[in-house]
Unconditional design. Structure first.
Length: 151
């Protein structure tokens, strides 16, 4: 039987969050080193699905999406605009999970839950953790892209 084992509870397909679930406070900074931020099996499966002819394009598209999401989240956090934070962050939740960036995915879930609850104080620290984990993922993807370009 499948059980939720992460610190942040899941939401349903409508996007409703469990408002009574405990918010992890604070989210610990990632201890993953560059090169270890992505689930290797999930990343390899993603590239295998794209095939050798499209893998480079896919990785470049992922980088472009992460760059855009980073800018959107930074702007939203600076303006303390909850709807914009949730919008930018929601995309990071999805892409982080898809590419196997579990630390990024979980940090983004924690930020989304805080915004959903209307909490203002933890947004800066939680946002900083999301941005830190996003930066680590970007470093690893740049390494993967360089390896694809050499191949």
């Amino acid at each position: 039987m499948w059980r939720w084992t992460h610190a942040v509870p899941p939401h349903n397909l409508r996007g409703d969050m469990d408002a009574d679930a405990p918010l992890p406070s604070p989210v610990a900074p990632s201890t993953a080193q560059p090169g270890l931020t992505l689930d290797g099996e999930r990343w390899a499966a993603l590239l295998d699905t794209a095939g050798p002819q499209d893998a480079g394009w896919l990785v470049r598209q992922i980088m472009a999406d992460l760059d855009r999401m980073q800018g959107e989240l930074m702007d939203a956090l600076a303006q303390q605009e909850p709807a914009a934070i949730r919008c930018a962050n929601h995309a990071l939740i999805g892409l982080g999970g898809t590419i196997g960036a579990q630390d990024l995915h979980e940090a983004a879930l924690a930020l989304n839950l805080a915004v959903h609850r209307g909490e203002v104080v933890p947004l800066g620290p939680l946002g900083a953790v999301v941005l830190d984990r996003l930066a680590a993922v970007r470093v690893e993807i740049i390494r993967h892209l360089a390896a694809l370009d050499r191949a």
